[in-house]
Design a binder for this molecule. Sequence first.
Ligand code: ADP
Length: 274
Amino acid sequence: MSVLVVGAINADLVVRVPSIAAPGSTVIATGSSTGPGGKGGNQAAAVARLGGECALIARVGPDFDPASLSDVDLTYLVRDTVPTGLAVVLVDELGENAITVVPGANANLCAADVPELPAAGVLLASLEVPLDAVLAAARSGRRFVLNPAPAVHLPPEMLSMVDVLVPNEHELAVLGSPAELLAAGVGAVVVTLGAAGCRIHRPGSTVDIPGHRVATVDTTGAGDAFCGALAWALDAGHDLEEAARLACAAGALATTAVGARAALPKAEDLTKLR
Ligand code: ADP
């Protein structure tokens, strides 16, 4: 089968600064780098790196370079006249960051961009794109994994269609308790807990999946690697607990290099870590 990803594609501009400038002041940066980003792009890259068949529904501008997603099926990608989304990430010497996102073409993704989809396979969506596009894809009846990031109020129809909701602790605080989400029709809530792993909430049961101790250098994109691996593993036929174990390994490995896509694991790396 396959994983279909709906989400944003951004260019990430990472600027290293001694301290994050206060309003009205100027700071001279010590360095900068650019790279591909956006939750949709990162999650699709994670699935493809694991060897999964993956297509991406997204909008990009004339500036987009498809080489950044060379193993992903880009048939459904829509080219807009508006530039590709841009994330400006300021990182200070203590590792604290301040991020500004320019949505660009992502803001124009709409229900009409979502083709007729076969119901087989997994849909993985995140919320840096308009809810209407995500809702249209969810109505295909595919198994639906939603990474509610950034967290926004989710309409009842959306919640009723979600099979697996994957928030981190900050997003969960916005969305409500696992019990409330399960009562609204979500099949399972998998809360990611950083280095501690994740917790699976299902009606009547809670299971903790421990994290992995690795040489972490940058946690950017850990959640995207986790979500991509979870969708890939579910699509491959693993049950939710096993999929979450594999996803924890993927999230941990993703933190071992700087950048959201620099340390995405292959399938064999996951089993080596366990
Ligand atoms: P997000 O990146 O969305 O904030 P988390 O920080 O919870 O999400 O990370 C997602 C997953 O990545 C975690 O559930 C865990 O499996 C893995 N992970 C994140 N940070 C670490 C870390 N420092 N050490 C090991 N695993 C980590």
